[in-house]
Design a protein around this ligand. Structure first.
Ligand SMILES: CC(C)(COP(=O)(O)OP(=O)(O)OC[C@H]1O[C@@H](n2cnc3c(N)ncnc32)[C@H](O)[C@@H]1OP(=O)(O)O)[C@@H](O)C(=O)NCCC(=O)NCCS
Length: 149
């Protein structure tokens, strides 16, 4: 599956919010409960802070990758694919791409996952992420910047 990343622009904001609602609602509902106003506000705040990319296949937006780059690590803030494109290896490839960016810069990759999303945690574990701590409900995961996995 040929995918590429492009920088998200203002015109992608509604697609990304709809994607957030479609893909994360159940996990968020099972963890904190879903509040539309809070979700929208938090989404807008993060949209202004992160490097947001669209995952694009042949000109069609199929997902979003939100990254926070710091001098010490790359943090995956969000990764979401439209439901019909899940389970085809794209998420795996996108995370591997971020891991490679980290390796190139000598930086680990970090992310947070919640227990309500065990499938995502399994994917990250297969890619070499390890649990570094738990701050309920968040599980902190980190993938070291070496290439021996
Ligand atoms: C998580 C996600 C980005 C993975 O991308 P993907 O392209 O579907 O995954 P791949 O096909 O590369 O790899 C398959 C693995 O991804 C995970 N996965 C697949 N569908 C998933 C889903 N709906 N939700 C969470 N994880 C999923 C599983 O570990 C799966 O392996 P398994 O079938 O052995 O359980 C994607 O499924 C998604 O957008 N899920 C909904 C949003 C989400 O949970 N984002 C992560 C927040 S931490």
């Amino acid at each position: 599956m040929e995918w590429r990343l492009r920088s998200a622009s203002e015109s992608d904001r509604e697609f990304l919010y709809a994607l957030h609602c479609t893909t994360m609602r159940e996990v968020i509902d099972n963890t904190w409960g879903w509040d539309d106003v809070w979700q929208r506000g938090d989404f807008n705040r993060r949209f202004g802070m992160c490097a947001v990319s669209i995952i694009d296949i042949h000109g069609r937006a199929v997902g979003g990758l939100w990254l926070e780059a710091t001098p010490n690590y790359l943090h995956i803030v969000e990764l979401q694919l439209v439901p019909e494109m899940q389970g085809k290896g794209i998420g795996n490839a996108v995370v591997q791409h971020v891991i490679q960016q980290g390796i190139d810069r000598g930086l680990p990759v970090t992310l947070l996952v919640v227990p309500a999303n065990p499938r995502a945690q399994r994917l990250y574990e297969r890619l070499g992420f390890e649990v570094t701590g738990v701050e309920a409900p968040f599980i902190h995961m980190r993938r070291a910047a070496h290439s021996d996995r």
